[in-house]
Write a protein that binds this ligand. Structure first.
Ligand code: MG
Length: 380
């Protein structure tokens, strides 16, 4: 089998999600938005798919490498793309590698009529989810006060979630960042949901060492499970300093570049208690499984960053590491249970016990509405 074409199709949809000036998502008025479908096409008629890739880097940097290759040589292709990142990192970032790698896994699954997690080596068919909120806002009754977070946590608990993660206020929201306000929101949530619900915090990412320590000590009193990325992750020493002083588990690195090598350095230096990474941070399912096996070898869990089918299939092929699937980002004004128009069903359906079930369809299991994509294509 050979790859004969690599295509990105852009199409339109109506979105109710907007970004603030620093890039955080919030609910907003309905507006036109675009999404993309990456198609890796073979001479045998089998294709692999993923959503979200930018057309430019795929056409200029990825396609020349992929054409003519056997799509089952995922490891070789991934290594070639990784080496091509040198001097091209601005456009060939790890997210691009992730879209390509996921489409190749999807293709393999479709060709072999097996779900991806079973090709990786299946471990389980369902994973506990945590409700992951959007960042704090100033929308009345949204996520604008500690009480609003508490009310939303209760709604998530009623939906079946056994775990809840707050993303608190970040600039440009008025008054953000503020350790005291973060702790007030965390305290209100703990008070509302009681002692048994698992709680995590993902706060502002550029607190000082002293602020991060104060935040961590507050979370210890509230019985939180982990905190992630309270400081710039490029300072590994700051995380060693923080993790040394806290009983609270520190989970990281999440957004720091360097794939599984950075995870290895953090583990060896004791910069975190739980390793972290998702398909988007690491550059696909292929490197996420390397990072998972690395953390397993050190007896550490790796908690997966972000949702979507790539992360879900990887989680269902992990042994000791990776307890939770990140479901979101959620907000009281948005209905997460409604699939986007380009999918006929949700890729991460959750039962009322709080478990997300992986699809048994071939590949990544996406039930794609090709009619919708075709009808809403942007010419180009
Ligand atoms: Mg995070």
């Amino acid at each position: 089998m050979k790859i004969v074409d690599v295509v990105v199709e852009t199409f339109t949809y109506k979105s109710r999600i907007v970004r603030d000036s620093e890039g955080h998502t919030h609910p907003g008025p309905e507006h036109d938005a675009t999404q993309t479908l990456l198609r890796i096409v073979t001479d045998k008629g089998v294709e692999g798919y993923s959503f979200g890739a930018s057309p430019g880097p795929i056409a200029h940097l990825v396609k020349p490498i992929l054409i003519g290759q056997d799509p089952f040589y995922r490891e070789r292709i991934w290594q070639q793309l990784k080496e091509r990142q040198r001097l091209n990192l601005a456009t060939l970032y790890d997210g691009v590698l992730a879209y390509v790698d996921m489409a190749l896994w999807d293709l393999a699954g479709r060709a072999l009529n097996q779900p991806v997690y079973k090709l990786l080596g299946g471990y389980r068919d369902k994973v506990k989810a945590y409700a992951s909120t959007m960042c704090g806002d100033d929308l009345p009754g949204g996520l604008d006060t500690p009480e609003a977070y508490a009310a939303f946590a209760l709604a998530c608990k009623a939906r079946g979630y056994t775990a809840f993660k707050l993303h608190t206020w970040q600039p440009p929201m008025p008054g953000a960042p503020d350790v005291k306000r973060d702790l007030a929101a965390c305290a209100a949530v703990r008070e509302a949901v009681g002692p048994d619900m698992v709680l995590m915090l993902d706060p502002f990412h550029y607190y000082s060492r002293e602020e991060a320590l104060a935040l961590g000590r507050g979370l210890e009193k509230l019985g939180f499970f982990w905190m992630e990325e309270p400081m710039d992750e490029h300072s590994t020493s700051s995380y060693v300093w923080l993790a040394d002083q806290l009983d609270l588990l520190i989970c990281g690195p999440e957004t720091a570049e360097g794939k599984m090598q950075t995870r290895a350095e953090w583990i060896v230096r004791g910069a975190a208690d739980i390793s972290r990474g998702g398909v988007g941070d690491l550059g696909g399912i292929t490197p996420l499984m390397k990072a998972a096996h690395l953390s397993e070898a050190f007896g550490m869990r790796l908690e997966v960053h972000g949702g979507g089918p790539g992360n879900l299939h990887a989680l269902c092929a992990m042994g000791i590491s990776g307890e939770f699937y990140e479901r979101g980002l959620l907000h009281p004004f948005l209905d997460y249970e409604q699939p986007p128009p380009w999918l006929n069903e949700l890729p991460d359906p959750m039962d009322d016990q709080g478990y997300v079930h992986v699809s048994q369809r071939p590949g990544l299991g996406l039930n794609i509405n090709f009619e919708y994509v075709r009808a809403h294509r942007v010419p180009g």
